[in-house]
Design a protein around this ligand. Sequence first.
Ligand code: AHR
Length: 354
Amino acid sequence: MRFGFAFGGHLAKDKQICVLTNRTASSNITKIMKPHRSYFLSALAAAALCSGFCFPGGVAPAAEKKLVVGFSQIGAESAWRTAETESIRSEAARRGIELKFSDAQQKQENQIKALRAFIAQKVDAIILAPVVETGWEPVLREVKRAKIPVVLVDRGVTVSDESLYATLIASDFVQEGRFAAQWLAKKLKGKGNIVELQGTPGAAPAIDRKKGFEAVLVKHPGLKIIKSQSGDFTRAKGKEVMEAFLKTEGKNIQAVYAHNDDMALGAIQAIEEAGMKPGKDILIVTIDAIKEAVQAVADGKISVTVECNPLFGPKIYDIVEKILKGETVPKSQSNKDELFDATNAAKALPTRQY
Ligand code: AHR
């Protein structure tokens, strides 16, 4: 089954992004001269073309200039995130971009420090995967003052001034939650007790996947979330929280809704250790579609996993290039994601990329 998430594609006409700093202007010219993704700039040609705009006073750089991008990543809490990091890193290497990578170990304060370091290093653009939605305005204002465009990847932020970032590229988390709930409601014929493993508190996917799931549940009064707790998007915490749910609710549970596959895989371990059969005694619906989870669907342990594609590398640098060329980009863009259940999981396995 293929679902096209539909929120992307609208142009923010009143918020056109045209970032032409000294640094970015030189990248623009690079693209015009070398359309085959080479970011090295001939100093002479740059000096001629920029004629004082790029290098005030007519002082041209002595050597070729490489595009420098800072990437503030949340951490490595899930297989999904590791795949995202790998995609963004390998695509930078492929295009000859210098990527300054910072792992925040799940802490917003570390991401804020990383952004300030990127300003000091005068990077050309910043890619930010924000751990939580709020608390970004002050640092994003500093980045804006430094005229560095920010591309948000996979998670959004809540800010009063949307010009603080150039664009967001992500999946539609609300829709993912809806798909998971619709599938479950059909399977359980609108009746059953659900336990929910939430993602990191305050994170966009935790908020939106809950919202989407609950929006469907209100139409099915026989389906109830009887317990809900954060498993922090990790396998270990997912297992721990599921163990606690099983202790208090046991056979009263018909289904688990996990906000990501890693927590679902942790829940499978807890269910099996409790002597029950995941996929039979307790159904599991989850999100991400990492290869291990699609395998678990094929094995009958997970009922459905909704895809959330982490392979942002090629798209993200296409967007960065456009912004640095002064082109207008949509304020948000979404991925086309799929859903894997018993009907298509086994067939999809050989070509799963993450
Ligand atoms: O932001 C995307 C979510 O973050 C993924 O679903 C999850 O696995 C990751 O940690």
